[in-house]
Design a protein around this ligand. Structure first.
Ligand SMILES: Cc1cc2nc3c(=O)[nH]c(=O)nc-3n(C[C@H](O)[C@H](O)[C@H](O)COP(=O)(O)OP(=O)(O)OC[C@H]3O[C@@H](n4cnc5c(N)ncnc54)[C@H](O)[C@@H]3O)c2cc1C
Length: 292
């Protein structure tokens, strides 16, 4: 959306394709406290503000999933699940998607007790006992949020410690309705076929199996890129898009920004910075190729 903002302000017309929700990952965050000039804001509020800003400037948008990008005469053809779109230049900002555990019952109970977003699905389990699986910032943010609306929250990690910022670890440990379990490897999500009722784990040290009765389990074990579909036109490294400092990919006229590209720090501020650069580079590319 930042790339759209800068493109619009550079006088370009913009078509934004989004497969799920405008706002991306940050819409999952209950509280953002590191975005310059805003001391505290919900992720949903922040992304709605940006969406309003770009639509007010004239951004055109469609809910569609981009499946491929092809070079055609005078530009590119983006094929979506439900439509086809022509553009002089393309900016890819596909972010990352939630990593799955890949265990039995995960797909079956997805949306029926298994979730990857506490902000989106937490309210459905108000007053119920829930579990968070994960050991880093997102998992702890989820657990703290859920502890404010659920009687009890179990937090389970694979290793023997957390890999989160210390204020989150201390905040979590201070909560009276949270239990923490380390060294547990997840085995299966169980239920009656319609609804999750428990989760089975194996202790990585004793190999003993343990079953936790829960109404919901929130999985927060990191994110993975989803760019293979573009690999015929641009270069990827371990699934992430390779770019230079101008956000140019290996294909002339195709740019990438944010978490989807190969980089060290994946944060809101860095994604916005990338978006601004990608937009200005794309705008420059369009100017050069159309004025020749
Ligand atoms: C729970 C949580 C809390 C976080 N908290 C913070 C924080 O406090 N501060 C901070 O700086 N960062 C935080 N982050 C990280 C931050 O959200 C990301 O770094 C940032 O959102 C990256 O933006 P992006 O636009 O690159 O990607 P994303 O936010 O992942 O957006 C990508 C968008 O592209 C869409 N998409 C993907 N593939 C396609 C396709 N083929 N066709 C159409 N649309 C597609 C997706 O649906 C998504 O909406 C948090 C992340 C999470 C998950």
């Amino acid at each position: 959306m930042t790339a759209a903002l800068y493109s619009l302000r550079a006088g370009r017309s913009v078509k934004l394709l989004e497969k799920e929700n405008f706002g991306g990952q940050i819409a999952d965050s209950p509280r953002v406290e590191n975005f310059p000039t805003i001391s505290s804001i919900s992720g949903l509020d922040l992304s709605s503000r940006l969406f309003d800003q770009i639509t007010a400037l004239g951004a055109d948008f469609d809910l569609d999933e981009a499946m491929s990008i092809e070079k055609i005469d005078g530009g590119f053809l983006v094929k979506g699940k439900s439509g086809e779109y022509k553009a002089k230049s393309v900016i890819i900002a596909t972010g990352v998607k939630h990593r799955h555990l890949g265990i039995e019952g995960e797909e079956k109970y997805l949306g029926h007790g298994v979730s990857y977003c506490a902000v989106c699905d937490g309210p459905f389990y108000k007053g119920k006992n829930v579990m968070v699986i994960g050991d880093a910032n997102s998992a702890l943010q989820y657990a703290i949020l859920l502890a404010s609306q659920c009687p009890h929250v179990d937090v389970v990690t694979l290793f023997d410690k957390f890999f989160a910022e210390s204020y989150l670890v201390n905040g979590l440990k201070a909560l009276p309705n949270v239990s923490i379990y380390h060294n547990l490897s997840s085995i299966s999500f169980n239920g009656d076929g319609n609804k999750l009722s428990s989760i089975t784990f194996e202790d990585t040290k004793t190999h003993e199996r343990k079953e936790f009765a829960e109404d919901a389990a929130f999985v927060a074990i990191g994110q993975v890129p989803d760019n293979e579909r573009f690999s015929s036109i641009i270069k990827l490294n371990r699934g992430f898009i390779q770019t230079d400092e101008a956000m140019k990919t290996s294909a002339d006229g195709v740019f990438a920004c944010g978490d989807c590209r190969e980089k060290k720090i994946r944060q809101l501020a860095t994604a916005c910075g990338d978006g601004a650069i990608a937009a200005l580079s794309a705008s420059d590319y369009v100017f050069k190729t159309t004025s020749n």
